[in-house]
Design a protein around this ligand. Structure first.
Ligand code: ATP
Ligand code: MG
Ligand code: MG
Ligand code: MG
Length: 564
């Protein structure tokens, strides 16, 4: 590609509304442009990176034998009503009606659609196990879209769904996917960790998240210094030392809060900086909504960001502990602030909870067996690190240390959650219908691009890992408009290098060399070749590696072998 004919728009200024480095550099380097909150256009340069990430993911999915499909982004409400998620999912689900007033949503995830497909398509146990994936646009109406494509509303996801006759088969595929994910992030060149995780709105029992380690990460993850134990702090602090789910007998503290307060005020009331706000559980009871602050023993249950509540229609009423006890009748095992089994706390946004009614309004969906008590322990002002860094590892081996991570992937053992609701069965050897067991596996393809920058940049700009760089080589002729020799050599090398398989960006913009160098550094091209009259006099060209700035002089007639 020649820059003179390429849409390359770089800026020196840091955009005011971009808080984190990846967002800043993606704007400054001309990788993305914002259309509206959480909606981004991928410019040619950015799209090249996105496609590289995509193709590494696709290769590794194919290698596991998963089959690629492409499902519609728009989904009929009926399917979501069948699984109950139409009611449960909350305001992150973008709902709308067509011209016939039929309700639809823009898919935030595709469990319903794939399960519906499979219940129609797969008849016999002989066709299983099977795993289907797609790379496709999702929409989640995030309460606070930010950090550019890192937390967008429309974003690209790779999602896969596997179907099995039994748990053993699910576990095999789950393992395979775990390994495929590890290979994907290794190939991209990221420093990452797989951690045990909460299952959130997707559901199921076992799940792991893949986190790219970076100071800007929105999640905190806990590692043991003496064992392979690693978990999202959400989970690490929510689980008792055995590593099993907390018993319903777990003591929770419930704190009475003043009436009709916003979440910001609640966080103020508890004397917690909004960025370290503890989980506020917003529960809608038959008497109206209330907010409870859940704490486990003398620990913070979780780390949650304070969120605004634009979606709450009526002013909130805050309940007393007595009201909570009454409303949250203990009769179902899996739901509660400790079990973390439910959509309730899926995305840490309290607004999300208003639509997931977990009080008396919905039968069978209650808090369970929590012993609520009135006393508020010490106000939690400490950084989560201080709380958990001191803790022994839940597996009893060593102590925890905390790092920040960006969730780039998440795999789940779903069990029968969707296949049961959508009555998805096959006939086994004896002709008996059995309900399928499922797994699902997501990667935030577009988020990976931003995460890669968080880990790979310096004061001059991005430093792409080679496998996802938009171009591998920047070819920079100095004063080409004055020197025919330089121009011709550049043209020749450009064709030669491309023919050899290199992806080359030839900078023929006739700008000052300093400006070109700064641009090539900013957009992160891993390797740079400079052609100048002075070099050509000596039969050489200059090579510079972006990552460490190391330069060397290469004999022109030995260029291709030297680059390989
Ligand atoms: P998060 O905790 O960041 O909100 P999630 O747990 O809601 O993510 P999943 O339902 O696990 O997301 O979806 C699979 C993957 O999709 C995530 O691991 C993440 O990489 C990506 N993803 C989720 N939400 C967004 C978003 N708003 N923008 C970009 N990528 C996202
Ligand atoms: Mg998450
Ligand atoms: Mg989310
Ligand atoms: Mg997740």
């Amino acid at each position: 590609m020649r820059t003179s004919q390429y849409l390359l728009t770089t800026t020196r200024e840091t955009p005011a509304d971009a808080e984190i480095i990846s967002h800043q550099l993606m704007l400054r380097g001309g990788f993305i442009r914002r259309l509206a909150a959480g909606l981004y256009t991928w410019l040619p340069l950015g799209l090249r990176v996105l496609r590289k990430v995509e193709s590494i993911i696709r290769e590794e999915m194919e290698r596991t034998g998963a089959q690629e499909v492409l499902m519609p982004a728009v989904q009929p409400a009926e399917l979501w009503q069948e699984t109950g998620r139409w009611e449960q999912y909350g305001p992150e689900l973008l709902r709308f009606t067509d011209r016939h007033q039929r309700p639809f949503c823009f898919g935030p995830t595709h469990e319903e659609v794939i399960t519906d497909l499979i219940r129609r398509e797969i008849r016999s146990y002989k066709q299983l196990p099977a795993n289907f994936y797609q790379i496709q646009v999702k929409f989640r109406d995030e309460i606070r879209p930010r950090f550019g494509v890192m937390r967008a509303r429309e974003f690209l996801m790779k999602d896969a769904y596997s179907f099995h006759l039994d748990q053993t088969s699910l576990e095999q595929t789950y393992r395979q996917m775990y390994e495929a994910y590890s290979r994907i992030f290794e190939r991209i060149g990221l420093t990452f960790r797989a951690v045990q995780a909460d299952t959130g709105a997707i559901g199921g029992q076992t799940s792991h998240e893949f986190h790219v380690l970076a100071a800007s990460g929105e999640d905190a993850i806990a590692f043991s210094d003496k064992s392979p134990y690693a978990a999202n702090v959400e989970l690490a602090t929510a689980l008792p030392p055995t590593g099993e789910r907390a018993s319903p007998k777990e003591t929770l503290s419930l704190v009475e809060t003043p009436k009709q307060r916003t979440i910001e005020e609640v966080s103020q009331f508890f004397n917690i900086p909004p960025s370290r706000c503890v989980k506020t559980l917003l529960v809608e009871g038959s008497e109206g909504g209330f907010v409870a602050l859940a704490l486990r023993g003398d620990h913070e249950l979780n780390e949650v960001k304070a969120q605004k509540l634009p979606q709450v229609a009526s002013p909130l009423q805050f309940a007393t502990p007595e009201q909570v006890r009454e409303t949250c009748n203990a009769d179902v095992g899996s739901i509660g602030p400790i079990g973390l089994d439910i959509p309730l706390i899926a995305d840490h946004s309290a607004a999300h909870l208003t639509d997931f009614v977990c009080g008396a309004n919905q039968k069978g969906k209650h808090f369970t067996g929590a012993n609520w008590k009135r006393d508020l322990p010490e106000p939690i002002t400490a950084d989560i690190r201080k709380v958990v860094d001191k803790d022994p590892s839940p597996d009893g081996k060593g102590f925890l240390s905390i790092a920040r991570g960006i969730e780039v992937g998440h795999i789940f053992q779903l069990g029968e959650k969707y296949s049961q609701a959508l009555n998805t069965t096959v006939l086994d050897e004896t002709g008996q219908a059995i309900i399928l067991t499922m797994g699902c596996y997501g990667i935030g393809v577009s988020r990976v691009v931003a995460a890669a920058i968080e880990q790979n940049h310096d004061e001059h700009g991005i430093i792409w890992p080679d496998p996802i760089a938009p171009f591998q080589l920047a070819l920079v002729p100095i004063n080409a408009h004055k020197s025919v020799r330089v121009r011709e050599t550049a043209d020749q090398l450009y064709s030669q290098l491309q023919a050899t398989g290199f992806e080359v960006l030839l900078d023929d913009r006739q700008l000052r060399p300093g400006v070109i160098f700064a641009d090539m550094d900013l957009i992160g091209i891993p390797h740079r070749l400079v052609i100048s009259d002075r070099g050509l006099d000596a039969g050489t060209i200059e090579y510079k590696r972006r990552r460490d700035g190391k330069t060397s002089t290469i004999q022109l007639d030995n260029l291709i072998p030297a680059l390989k």
